[in-house]
Design a protein around this ligand. Structure first.
Ligand SMILES: C[S@@+](CC[C@H](N)C(=O)[O-])C[C@H]1O[C@@H](n2cnc3c(N)ncnc32)[C@H](O)[C@@H]1O
Length: 282
């Protein structure tokens, strides 16, 4: 039997990861047809966004990948979101901030043993998820494919009716130096754009929650009058707070919160003028 060639390629010189992923997906499809083995659908490890919390916001593609997985991995709270879709036969690898490196190493072993692995991320991978993605890729030793999910930022934009084009997204929920991101937030507001901001809820030394963010911006000379909103637990037990940046500097919010700081000078409409009403026909 003629079996098509699996193309692992060289990640740096031969092709981008997505191209290798596509070629290998064709391989598994062809292999399935030739051997009669059920084709499970895609390459062996994939990272997917679980959406903002209610499983109804998980994409159909994400659900399909979980249903066909041999191994489903992720933080406890995220696995809870997709629990109903995990097959009984699948192995679940749970992790937290402290043990994520060891647990991802375990997932990588299963992946290299040929198991179909899915790593599930909160919201969308591409907003405040790239450091975790980097850990997955480091554990596996190669780039992995991503399937986007619906971000908490998208739900916030929908609830608060803000246009992405006029808004910048910034997260402080990350390791490393936060200063460049703080400066960027100041520039965004000086440039009369809205900002959607994920705060940092970690230990007291690093914590940069809405009240700290507001206090920092006020210190930098940003107007206290910016309309500000904080939304908590979007798509689950939602709570919303509306006030000014100055008000926000004294408010406490839970870890599961996301902040919107609106520009004080929203862009005027740039669409064509409304049509004149037709004269009444007598
Ligand atoms: C590591 S970030 C991941 C964000 C995620 N990738 C996304 O696209 O929503 C986690 C933080 O996002 C915010 N967040 C995530 N889901 C949320 C929700 N449903 N409601 C409010 N904030 C949320 C919280 O600040 C939480 O601590």
């Amino acid at each position: 039997m003629l079996v098509p060639k699996l193309w692992l390629g060289n990640p740096v010189h031969e092709a981008p990861a997505w191209e290798r992923a596509r070629k290998n997906e064709q391989y598994f499809s062809k292999y399935g047809q030739l051997t009669g083995c059920p084709y499970k659908g895609t390459i062996m490890i994939i990272c997917i966004g679980a959406g903002p919390g209610d499983v109804a916001y998980l994409t159909q593609r994400g659900a399909e990948l979980i249903r066909n997985a041999d191994v489903v991995a992720g933080f406890d709270a995220v696995i809870n979101v997709v629990q109903s879709l995990i097959p009984d036969t699948a192995q679940t690898v749970l992790m937290n901030y402290r043990d994520q490196t060891e647990q991802l190493a375990q997932v990588a072993i299963e992946h290299h043993a040929g198991k179909n692995c899915v790593v599930v991320f909160m919201g969308d991978i591409h907003f405040s998820g790239f450091q975790y993605l980097e850990r997955v890729e480091r554990a596996c030793g190669h780039p992995v494919e991503t399937v986007p999910g619906i971000s908490s930022a998208q739900i916030l934009a929908s609830r608060a009716k803000v246009c992405f084009d006029e808004t910048t997204f910034i997260t402080f929920h990350r390791r490393g130096d936060l200063d460049p991101f703080k400066r960027h937030l100041v520039h965004v507001l000086q440039d009369q754009r809205n900002a959607i901001v994920i705060p940092c809820p970690w230990d007291a030394a690093r914590s940069f929650m809405p009240r700290h963010i507001a206090a920092y911006l006020l210190e930098q000379g940003i107007s206290p009058d910016h309309p500000t909103e904080v939304w908590e637990n979007l798509t689950r037990s939602e709570a919303e707070w509306h006030g000014t940046l100055a008000d926000c500097a004294t408010k406490e919010f839970s870890d599961m919160s996301i902040m919107l700081i609106r520009t004080r000078t929203p862009m005027s409409s740039q669409i064509e003028p409304a049509m004149e009403p037709l004269p009444d026909a007598d």
